[in-house]
Design a protein around this ligand. Structure first.
Ligand code: BT5
Length: 329
């Protein structure tokens, strides 16, 4: 059940650029005009800029920077993504909340965003540090009709989206470390965690978890990652609007996802290779029973890593431990 405050914001948002009278608001919300006025004062306290004009009424001039489902949706001109936004201040992991939402039939495109995660996670039970209001901690719920073995391509689609959005920022040159890290100046600034629920060769849903360090100073990064992680602020010496970057990411993701569903993986592969970290250089590879060095040749048509086997012939790897920072570095 939506609160009166949320209904009020929605009414104002629907009338984006025009005024809506106190009387109409009071009738629609079934509260007194004085109560409408009190709600407006509360919204102003939370950073909304409200313009009030006699005989015309109210309109929202500016939304606050602070994340909420309303501020994320405001001005977000999307077709299907983030029509449902679950925003929470503190969660263990947005993935956990998104799994729950998926089981409760939340629609394709639902997003879960948190200001802070207390148990953010990476792949293979590694942890992901997600300090309060410093970055983007976001999960996207998807219900794609693709075979389960194509799910990992969505990680590469997402990495390409992240790289493209970041590359628009002046002096920022992102690279993608296969399969799921975004590096700035060789340091990790974002990671992607793709989780899938499938049954009998059919995907029920996929969750794309995105963690992006935005406004961390070096001291805001946990000690164990300080030497290998970075943030947009560290790289650009500027603070960024987390809300604006979320919106840019969502719109770019929607476009890239639709293109992937329409045209398959080939266009992503091409873009991905513009950002691939160490393409053409040597990397150290470790599979469960072998270790060698080979040149990183790029990615295959399905998104596997292409490198050289011990005898120099090309080989595709779907999963392996790669030591990206070899001794020559
Ligand atoms: C990842 O795993 O890079 C996936 C990260 C996904 C995080 C998002 S946030 C929203 C959603 N909800 C979640 O709970 N998770 C997703 P992996 O490739 O396994 O990398 C994990 C490693 O990255 C750790 O072992 C650390 O070395 C490093 N790391 C941890 N936190 C970091 C941070 N904030 N910035 C840079 N590196 C970090």
């Amino acid at each position: 059940m939506e609160s009166t405050r949320d209904r009020l914001i929605n009414l104002l948002a629907e009338n984006k650029d025009s005024f809506i009278s106190g009387q109409v608001l009071s009738d629609s919300l079934n509260i007194s005009r004085n109560a409408v006025w009190k709600h407006m004062k509360e919204l102003e306290k939370d950073g909304y800029q409200i313009e009030a004009k006699p005989r015309k009424g109210y309109r929202i001039k500016k939304y606050p920077e602070k994340l909420s489902s309303n501020t994320i949706k405001w001005g977000l001109d999307s077709k299907w993504i983030a029509k449902k936004v679950i925003h929470l201040e503190t969660v263990e992991s947005t993935q956990t909340i998104a799994h729950q939402a998926a089981r409760e039939n939340s629609p394709h495109g639902t997003i879960v965003v948190a200001d802070e995660q207390t148990m953010g996670r990476g792949r293979m039970n590694r942890s992901w540090h997600s300090s309060k209001e410093k970055g983007i901690w976001l999960s996207i719920l998807l219900r794609p009709e693709i075979p389960p073995n194509h799910a990992s391509q969505l990680t590469l689609v997402t990495a390409t989206v992240l790289a493209e959005v970041l590359s628009k920022i002046e002096n920022v040159e992102p690279l993608i470390k296969w399969p799921n890290d975004i590096l700035l100046n060789r340091k990790k600034t974002a990671g992607i965690l793709t989780e899938m629920q499938s049954e009998q060769d059919q995907i029920q849903y996929i969750l794309i978890g995105i963690g992006l360090n935005v406004n961390h100073s070096i001291h805001d990064l946990n000690e164990d990652i300080q030497s290998k992680a970075t943030s947009l602020r560290i790289e650009t010496e500027k603070e960024w609007s987390v809300k604006d970057i979320i919106q840019k990411l969502l719109i770019a993701f929607e476009t890239a996802y639709d293109a992937y569903m329409e045209d398959g993986f080939a266009p992503t592969k091409k873009k991905w290779e513009n950002y691939g970290f160490k393409i053409g250089e040597n990397i150290a590879i470790k599979t469960f029973n072998d270790k060698w060095q080979g040149k990183f040749l790029g990615i295959s048509d399905e998104g596997a890593l292409l490198t050289e086997s011990k005898d120099g012939t090309p080989v595709k790897l779907y999963s392996a431990e790669i030591d990206w920072f070899t001794e020559q570095d």
